[in-house]
Design a protein around this ligand. Structure first.
Ligand SMILES: *Cc1c(COP(=O)(O)O)cnc(C)c1O
Length: 464
């Protein structure tokens, strides 16, 4: 299995290389040269497999021969053994033909654990094999930072530096990061906004000398291995509900287009998918594209579902590459036009092709709160605000006669204020985290200045 870049000018790489490289040197995103295919008989045989055993079969298709099967299997077993629920990604029925898939039983209570828990192990393994060390650097406004920290804590080959804007994350989110006291975890509060922190990270990556000296690696959602790990749960839900003999639809709360893009890959690989419903909050650039072909940026507005407050969805470039007939020049030109004018050039035929599989809609904060309230009244289930967007749009756009699975991307206890506004009570954290608010915290505070950040990393990363 080899990987090519969406902009057509970066070297062809294998899985271990795209794992460590992340972004292509031409600025593009890597994806497989061809889609692995899984036929209907194989899918029928895979019914009833445990989550980890299914993940081994699917990940193997993406990893190829770059990691020994026994090593990959062990890492996958370790990853999903750490989840709180025996089914790993349990399905819960809300009503006739309507299900939620709970993707929040990992260590940090959001779906990002599915990929990052495995990625931390894969990074460590690949670095160990070549006797190298790496530094993971990222900025976070919420869930990604804690998922990356939990995934990489105590890994021998990795140091992790995560920047958050001082005083601007929720207390639960900050404490999920700063109460991890492992020696390889370095939390940094930046005296500035999330955008300031993000700019410092970009500037550090832009310094090639520094990047090579410390072995800088990104763990953001453009990393191919993250997408690959997310393909598994689409198959898992499909097989539980009758695939390959019954098509199903998915409604996916969407920000950076990573999660729902993994559903597109599952469909390309042979899972019968009736529709992929892209569910956004008021930051609706993706909903506008799939409804009207209009991909034009607007300012980001803060909402009750902050992990989807995004207006430029980086993974969308991967779908665009397919819509442009896998033409890297055409993809690069379209992205350049978008950067220059704020509007993506697409033809009516390309939009129609996208609409064959995708549908979309948006739900604002009022609708988010009323959906949490309605579903609680109907079923007693408490949804987090991101999942509520998925349920609301899934109900609006559900194809007739097809079961819809809504991806539940976070545990409601991560967003207690929104839940309290909707139903008047605060959901409890799981037992193992009940003392989160009393645990000691550790973080450094730095000014929003990249040279200060670089010297901090140089002096705080472990053995050199
Ligand atoms: C990251 C995140 C999303 C958005 O996922 P994308 O892959 O960026 O579309 C949705 N919900 C929650 C809770 C998240 O943490």
């Amino acid at each position: 299995m080899h990987y090519i870049s969406t902009r057509g000018r970066a070297p062809r790489l294998d899985f271990s290389e795209v794992l460590l490289d992340g972004l292509g040197r031409d600025g593009g995103l890597y994806l497989p040269e061809t889609w692995p295919q899984i036929d209907a008989d194989t899918l029928r045989r895979w019914r009833g497999l445990s989550y980890a055993d299914l993940a081994k079969r699917i990940m193997r298709l993406f990893v190829g021969t770059t990691i020994a099967p026994a090593d990959l299997d062990r890492m996958i077993d370790d990853t999903y053994r750490g989840f709180d629920h025996r089914a790993v990604a349990p399905l819960k029925q809300l009503g006739p033909d309507e299900w939620v898939m709970e993707l929040f039983h990992g260590p940090t209570l959001a779906f990002k654990d599915f990929a990052l828990q495995l990625l931390g192990r894969l990074f460590d393994h690949v670095l160990d094999r070549s006797d190298r060390r790496g530094v993971i650097l990222g900025a976070t406004s919420g869930d990604t930072g804690s998922a990356a920290i939990e995934a990489c804590r105590d890994r021998a080959r990795l140091d992790v530096f995560i920047l958050h804007p001082l005083g601007r994350t929720s207390e639960v989110q900050r404490r999920q990061m700063t109460t991890v006291l492992s020696p390889n975890i370095h939390n940094i509060a930046i005296q500035g906004t999330f955008d300031d922190a993000q700019d410092m990270v970009k500037a550090a990556f832009g310094d090639e000398g520094f990047r090579d000296t410390v072995g800088l690696t990104a763990i953001n959602s453009i990393n191919w291995a993250r997408i690959a790990a997310q393909v598994v749960y689409y198959f898992h839900a499909g097989l539980a509900l009758g695939a390959p003999d019954r098509p199903i639809a998915f409604s996916v709360p969407t920000g950076n287009f990573g999660d729902v893009y993994a559903g597109y890959i599952a469909a390309r690989m042979g899972l019968p998918v009736a529709k992929l419903i892209v569910a956004t909050n008021e930051n609706d650039i993706l909903a506008r594209f799939f409804r009207d072909g209009d991909y034009s940026s607007a300012g980001v507005r803060p909402t009750l579902s902050p992990s989807m407050d995004i207006q430029v969805a980086s993974n969308f470039e991967r779908l665009l590459f397919d819509l442009k007939g896998r033409d890297g020049e055409a993809t690069a030109a379209a992205i350049a036009t978008f950067r220059a004018t704020g509007r993506l050039p697409v033809t009516p035929a390309e939009v129609a092709e996208a609409q064959a599989l995708f549908d979309a809609g948006a739900a604002d904060d009022t609708r988010t709160l009323s959906t949490i309230r309605t579903v609680f009244g109907e079923t007693g289930e408490i949804l987090d605000p991101h999942t509520a967007v998925g349920v609301a749009v899934g109900r609006d756009r559900k194809p007739a006669g097809v079961p819809v699975v809504v991806l539940s991307t976070a545990h409601p206890a991560k967003f207690p204020d929104a839940v309290e506004r909707a139903i008047g009570r605060r959901p409890a954290l799981p037992e193992r985290m009940a003392d989160l608010m009393e645990r000691p915290e550790r973080f450094e505070t730095l000014e929003a200045d990249v040279s200060g950040l670089k010297s901090h990393i140089m002096s705080h990363r472990r053995n050199v």
